[in-house]
Design a binder for this molecule. Structure first.
Ligand code: ZN
Length: 123
């Protein structure tokens, strides 16, 4: 990728970051015939560390009854770097993520999310 294209992408990410609201405000994402997503994390493309909620901006839109698309930009304070992330959340309990140009499938652990849901309910 040449320098000007990189710069163009960075400008686009900065624009998205300033336009989007904090991603955590879009949760929980509930599928009527599936699971509930309570939280998604985005890791910095440079250092690999999880970016804190307030620095992850994005939105989640339902695409079908069983799939919602998340677009986000995360700002790592240590690296001063914006990382884009695109996830497709499926009702069945797995999601596919485009991070750093690679699509990867992740499986949710239903027991953990159920426990988290219970904890949320109790408090
Ligand atoms: Zn970083």
């Amino acid at each position: 990728m040449n320098q000007s294209k990189n710069e163009q992408r960075n400008q686009e990410f900065r624009k998205l970051f300033s336009e989007y609201a904090q991603l955590s405000l879009s949760f929980p994402v509930t599928f009527t015939k599936g699971i509930t997503y309570t939280h998604m994390t985005v890791c910095c493309a440079n250092c690999g560390l999880e970016v804190e909620d307030e620095n992850v901006h994005g939105e989640i839109k339902p695409v079908t009854e069983n799939m919602s698309q998340m677009k986000a930009v995360a700002y790592c304070q240590s690296c001063h770097l914006l990382t884009p992330a695109e996830y497709r959340l499926y009702a069945e309990g797995y999601f596919v993520g485009l991070q750093n140009g690679k699509w990867t499938r992740y499986d949710m652990k239903p027991k953990v999310s159920l426990l988290k849901k219970m904890i949320k309910f109790l408090f």
